[in-house]
Every structure is written in structure tokens, then in C-alpha cells.
Design a protein around this ligand. Structure first.
Ligand SMILES: NC(=O)c1ccc[n+]([C@@H]2O[C@H](COP(=O)([O-])OP(=O)(O)OC[C@H]3O[C@@H](n4cnc5c(N)ncnc54)[C@H](OP(=O)(O)O)[C@@H]3O)[C@@H](O)[C@H]2O)c1
Length: 429
């Protein structure tokens, strides 16, 4: 074993960073044995230097993160501050001063992964971020390394624990969205401002990262179609149950059937109870990967939390340290396919549509004609009538999002259609 330690700078010592520091200390001997050299915490950058940080020597704490990454003797910078700036500048400076980087920063990687990979490559350094997509769940390494000889066609995942907790509550208790969100907040599963989770921004960032890696192309944040789950109602769950389904907020990355383009999207969707993702409960995450040779794979586990996320960060740290010792770098960005990202209108899926209609003869035929005129074929229709009003639940065969939107627009203009109560995509069949 090499006796000179590898020096690690920790940027951020919050929920994840504090766990990384703890595990680095408690597992120091094992980490050294696995890496082939001891790993030394050389500095910890924070915002509030006076906060008590158990297990971290006070002399390691600094508020000058830039000076820490510029030291020149740092082997690996572990960025756990989050957000775009100063994280981006600190990572760039770290590369320029000879360090490799491990990060868990999905927002930054989704926004500027390509740029950061380019600098890493230029400087011949590693950029690893297993923790950025699904916490503890190994996903980036399996996609980038284990499946490097296969062809991935689809990645379908529950990548946000907060929203899965809320939807699971709604499903199991019949609660409405607000009630389930309040419970998630009380139990610490939802942030004070839950927008990033419930509006799908967090999942969209993860979808952008996953799609790029899975299909060896570049997928930006703006390429990801995004719909949150705040409009999902108890009535939607009742409809889903009637179809043998539940509702999940899914991140879906797909290669087109002709292989010439890809799509990435985040939205709530019905999935059959028999699908493995339907049984992912509480705040857990799971990602279902379909590839040519391997077939169907599922990755499951805790998608957030200090210790689980630190597990993924530590895995990256070990890999990067091993690379430092061997003088190599691991796999970088692979975007050689340069596949274009198609707009949402070209996505093809099935739909569950609830309409409030007048309860009189001929309405069903009128509605069916509108679907036919837009090339959307109906699979099943269920009608319930009461006091001159009726609800009509239509489930379609596969159709493009553009055709479905055209259908809904035309339905809204019919006198006999009082309103479109809900539109939900049906996935996983
Ligand atoms: N929490 C999770 O479950 C989870 C899961 C997956 C990925 N992630 C990602 O992990 C990263 C860290 O998340 P977290 O939950 O650990 O965040 P956090 O608890 O808010 O911790 C952030 C840390 O960064 C420090 N910091 C903030 N601004 C700084 C600055 N300008 N210079 C130096 N230090 C600064 C803070 O210092 P103070 O301690 O002094 O405030 C704090 O220690 C994020 O990218 C997040 O998306 C988190």
C-alpha cells in the first residue's frame, strides 16, 4: 500500500457532506485497503464556520472554498454544496488545479454536464456523480459501464422520493394531494418549499442526466418535457384502481422505434399494479431499464437521505482514488450518437381521459367521432349517468401526444362536453 495519503476536499458539510465525512472517518482502514492508499480529509468548506460539526476537526473548516480547491495538493474535490453557483466555478477551478471531482449535484449536471465533462477531459481528470440521480441506487455506473456493450432502449423510473411518498399516501389512504403533502412535510419528506419536487423539476434534471448516459447523446434540461403532480386527485386514483392501475410520477427516457431520436419526459402516469414500479412504496426510488440484450432490469433503493446518498458518493470517491493511483481516468461523457431529442408531441403512449358530458342520446357517438377524426383509436369506454349529467371515461390505444391534444381541444368545443375532468397517460404495459 502507498503510504502518502490521497487528499480530499469536502465542499459542503450538510445532510450529505456530514455523512461523507463520518463514513470517511469510521471506514478509514477499509477505504485505505480498498483504494491502496489512505484517504485524508484535507479541508471542509462551509457557509457557517461556527456551527458545531461532530467528528470534524475545527482546523479543517473554512469558508473560503475557492482557496481550498486552489491549494494544488488536493487529489479529489467532493462537491456537496448543490445549486449552480458557486458549485460550477469551484468544480472548474478544482479541475484546473489538478483535482478530480465527485459531485451529487443533479441541477448542475443536468444544466451543464457537457461543459464540465469537457473541462474534466481537457485536464485529464475524473468527474463522477453517481449520487446525483437516485441517491444510493447504483444507476449511472451500471448504465455507463455494465451496459456499455448493450443497447438501452428505455429508462422508466421513480426518481423522486417526496412525490412517491405523496402519491403512495393518496393511493393507500384515499387522501387528497394537499393532505398527503402536509403529512410528507410533517414527516420531513418534503421541503418547506416543495416546488422542485412536486412540479417535477428535480425529476426532470435526473431524466436529462439519465437520457444522455443511456443513449450516448446530449439531453439538456430544456429537452425534457415536464408536468408536475399537483393536479392529481383522489378521483384519479379511484379511476386508476378501476383499471387495475396506480399513479406514479415517472421519468421516462425512450429511444424512438426507428432508433433515430430520443425523448425524455416527466409526468404523472397510470401504471398497471402488476408492473414492478407499482410496488415501489413510500419515499423509495426505482428505475426500470430495458435493453436489447439484457431485457428488463430494475434498480431499487433509497433515492435520498444523508447516509444513502453518502454511500454513492463514497463509491465514486473510491473509484476516483483508484484511478489517481493507477494514473488513469474512468469513462467520461459519451455523446457520440448525437441523437436529436424529439418534442413531446411525437411521444406515443396510451391515455385515460375523463369527460363530464350531457347525459343524452348521441353523445357517445359524437365523442367517438372526434377521437376517430384525430386518428386516436379507443380501447375502452365507460359511462356513468346521473340527473342529466354523465361521466365518460375513455382509454385509448397508443397515439401521439399531438393527436391526443388535438382530440381534447376538439372535445372541449363540443356543446355536449361540459368539461375534461382529467387526462392521464398510461405507461408500463
Ligand atoms: N439530501 C439528499 O438526500 C440528497 C440526495 C441526493 C443528492 N443530493 C445533492 O447533494 C448536494 C448536497 O445536498 P444536501 O442535502 O447535503 O445540502 P445541505 O444540507 O443544504 O448542505 C449544503 C452544504 O453546503 C454548504 N454551503 C452552502 N453554500 C456554500 C458556499 N457558498 N460555500 C461553501 N459551503 C457552502 C452549507 O454550509 P452550512 O452547513 O454552513 O450551511 C452546507 O454544509 C446537493 O447537490 C443535492 O442536490 C442530496
Amino acid at each position: 500500500m502507498r503510504t502518502r495519503p490521497l487528499k480530499v476536499a469536502l465542499l459542503g458539510c450538510g445532510v450529505v457532506g456530514s455523512e461523507v465525512a463520518r463514513i470517511m472517518t469510521t471506514h478509514a482502514a477499509d477505504l485505505a485497503a480498498r483504494i491502496g492508499a489512505p484517504v485524508e480529509l484535507a479541508g471542509v468548506a462551509v457557509r457557517r464556520p461556527d456551527k458545531v460539526r461532530e467528528g470534524i476537526p475545527a482546523e479543517l473548516i473554512t469558508t473560503d472554498a475557492t482557496a481550498l480547491v486552489k491549494r494544488g495538493d488536493i487529489d479529489v474535490v467532493v462537491e456537496l454544496i448543490g445549486g449552480i453557483e458557486p458549485a460550477r466555478s469551484l468544480i472548474t477551478t478544482a479541475f484546473e488545479h489538478g483535482a478530480s471531482v465527485v459531485s451529487a449535484n443533479k441541477a448542475l449536471l443536468a444544466q451543464d454536464g457537457a461543459g464540465l465533462h469537457a473541462i474534466a477531459e481537457e485536464q485529464n481528470k475524473d468527474l463522477y456523480y453517481e449520487a446525483a440521480v437516485a441517491g444510493a441506487i447504483p444507476l449511472i455506473r451500471p448504465l455507463r459501464e455494465s451496459l456499455a456493450g448493450d443497447k438501452v432502449n428505455r429508462v422508466l423510473g421513480i426518481v423522486n422520493g417526496t412525490t412517491n411518498f405523496i402519491l403512495d399516501k393518496m393511493d393507500s389512504t384515499g387522501a387528497g394531494y394537499q393532505e398527503a403533502l402536509d403529512e410528507a412535510s410533517a414527516l420531513g419528506y418534503a421541503e418547506a418549499d416543495p416546488t422542485a419536487d412536486v412540479e417535477g423539476f428535480d425529476a426532470a434534471a435526473k431524466a436529462a442526466i439519465l437520457a444522455g448516459i443511456a443513449f450516448h447523446t446530449r439531453v439538456g434540461l430544456d429537452d425534457v418535457y415536464r408536468e408536475g403532480m399537483t393536479e392529481v386527485t383522489a378521483a384519479d386514483f379511484a379511476s386508476a384502481k378501476g383499471m387495475g392501475c396506480t399513479i406514479k410520477l415517472l421519468a421516462i427516457c425512450e429511444r424512438a422505434a426507428d432508433g433515430g431520436s430520443v425523448t425524455a419526459r416527466v409526468h404523472p402516469a397510470m401504471i398497471p399494479l402488476a408492473h414492478p414500479l407499482a410496488s415501489v412504496r413510500g419515499a423509495y426510488n426505482a428505475v426500470f431499464v430495458e435493453s436489447d440484450a439484457a431485457g428488463q432490469l430494475m434498480f431499487y433503493g433509497p433515492g435520498a437521505g444523508g447516509a444513502p446518498t453518502a454511500s454513492a458518493v463514497l463509491g465514486d470517491l473510491v473509484a476516483v482514488c483508484r484511478n489517481r493511483i493507477s494514473g488513469a481516468t474512468g469513462p467520461g461523457a459519451s455523446a457520440y450518437t448525437q441523437l436529436p431529442v424529439s418534442p413531446m408531441g411525437e411521444v406515443v403512449t396510451r391515455y385515460h381521459i375523463s369527460l363530464d358530458v350531457a347525459d343524452k342520446p348521441g353523445v357517445l357517438a359524437q365523442v367517438a367521432t372526434v377521437f376517430a377524426e384525430h386518428g386516436v383509436s379507443i380501447d375502452t369506454v365507460r359511462q356513468q349517468g346521473k340527473d342529466g349529467e354523465a361521466s365518460l371515461v375513455v382509454v385509448t390505444h397508443h397515439a401521439s401526444d399531438a393527436s391526443l391534444n388535438g382530440t381534447v381541444e376538439a372535445l372541449r368545443s363540443l356543446d355536449t362536453v361540459r368539461g375534461v375532468a382529467s387526462i392521464m397517460r398510461v405507461e408500463g404495459e
